[in-house]
Design a protein around this ligand. Structure first.
Ligand code: SF4
Length: 217
């Protein structure tokens, strides 16, 4: 086994031992996962929960309901999520895309092969690589590793990647060294997010208490 492959597995094992399993993604349906993946852009999850609860209370967590609700009403409901006008447009863009290309049928969209699905999702306004991969992994249950700012920070701080590498390079870093395993990618990303939130903040990392203290130093 190559040295870096070993390190990627050891990193996972350390985190899983400390925090796992985390049972992601916290949602009741695949459509809710997709809505959450858009709403969580640039905001904390607790704010997303408020927006999701407001949508759920009005029975709006379905493609049809989301298609029919006026944009301004939608924006008002998701206000707690921040950037609510932009995010309302993004949710609408997604359902328009779903109706235009897939007759509003989520199974039809999520059933397509991974590479094509990723390209399709990236063609939707407001869906970037992190959101697309979250949808592919947590809603479609296909193995596309999700990268976020925490992932990049942890790898950089542990000398596994240089600073300023692209999203795709970080994704390849994992996918070239791990089996294509949905459950493994699901858990690994959840663990890295938990690590970032609990210990590896941008300005004040709590290294002494962290399960990765001394790892790959
Ligand atoms: S808090 Fe410190 S030990 Fe933990 S992941 Fe960040 S840099 Fe590493």
């Amino acid at each position: 086994m190559s040295e870096k492959k070993q390190v990627v597995l050891e990193l996972y094992e350390r985190l899983f031992e400390a925090f796992g399993p985390l049972h992601w993604w916290p949602a009741e349906s695949r459509f809710e996962v997709i809505m959450g993946a858009v709403l969580t852009q640039n905001t904390a999850w607790r704010n997303v929960e408020k927006g999701i609860a407001a949508l759920k209370a009005r029975d709006l967590l379905s493609p049809e309901a989301m298609y029919n609700i006026p944009l301004n009403k939608l924006a008002a409901l998701i206000r707690p999520c921040g950037y609510y006008n932009i995010k309302a447009e993004r949710l609408k863009s997604f359902v328009m895309f779903l109706y235009k290309g897939y007759e509003g049928d989520l199974d039809k969209l999520l059933g397509i092969e991974l590479i094509t699905l990723r390209k399709e999702l990236l063609s939707v306004k407001g869906i970037g690589p992190e959101t697309a991969d979250s949808i592919i992994l947590y809603a479609a249950q296909k193995p596309s590793f999700v990268v976020d700012a925490y992932t990049q920070r942890v790898l950089y701080r542990h000398h596994l990647i240089p600073n300023d590498v692209s999203y795709d390079m970080i994704q390849d870093f994992f996918m070239d060294r791990l089996p294509r395993d949905v459950q493994l990618y699901n858990e690994y990303h959840a663990l890295l997010v938990h690590l970032g939130k609990s210990f590896c903040s941008k300005t004040r990392p709590k290294c002494v208490q962290c399960p990765l203290e001394g790892f790959n130093q």
